[in-house]
Design a protein. Structure first.
Length: 147
């Protein structure tokens, strides 16, 4: 039998809780998270929908797991390693494991995207002072990154 998460409009799904980006992180109030699928029938992935408020951003972080991001609404920019790319609806971004990344909503509109990750994954790692200094040595990255 199909397990249906019916879209109810405005990028919300029936019976799906609207969650904060990260529990206990006061810097992430501009992002919401919805877990659309939490693995099923041996498929070890979690599918989430995130929405970054206009001109908001995710944290600068990395993980041991891969991310696949599919933009559904809005426009934004993504830092993946030392590369910064502009993204819009239906663009797909692969963020390799161990790669520093940050997503930003631009142009005064929300950036909404699906994010597919392994269900069993590590917690995000934030850069320490020395790592951050190394990341920010690239002038384009330094101009992009938001605290």
């Amino acid at each position: 039998m199909a397990d249906l998460q019916r879209h109810r409009g405005n990028f919300r799904w029936e019976s799906v809780d609207l969650l904060p980006y990260k529990e206990g992180d006061s810097d992430s109030c501009s992002i919401t998270r919805q877990i659309l699928s939490d693995g099923r029938d041996g498929l070890p992935v979690q599918l989430r929908y995130f929405e970054i408020a206009p001109d908001g951003h995710s944290t600068l972080e990395r993980h041991r797991h891969l991310h696949i991001v599919v933009v559904l609404r809005g426009k934004g920019r993504v830092l993946s390693g030392s590369e910064i790319v502009d993204v819009g609806p239906l663009d797909v971004v692969h963020i390799p494991s161990g790669t520093w990344h940050q997503l930003q909503a631009t142009r005064g509109e929300p950036l909404g995207f699906l994010c597919l990750v392994h269900r069993e994954r590590d917690r995000p790692e934030r850069p320490g002072p020395q790592e951050l200094a190394q990341i920010l040595r690239d002038p384009a990255v330094a101009a992009f990154v938001r605290p």
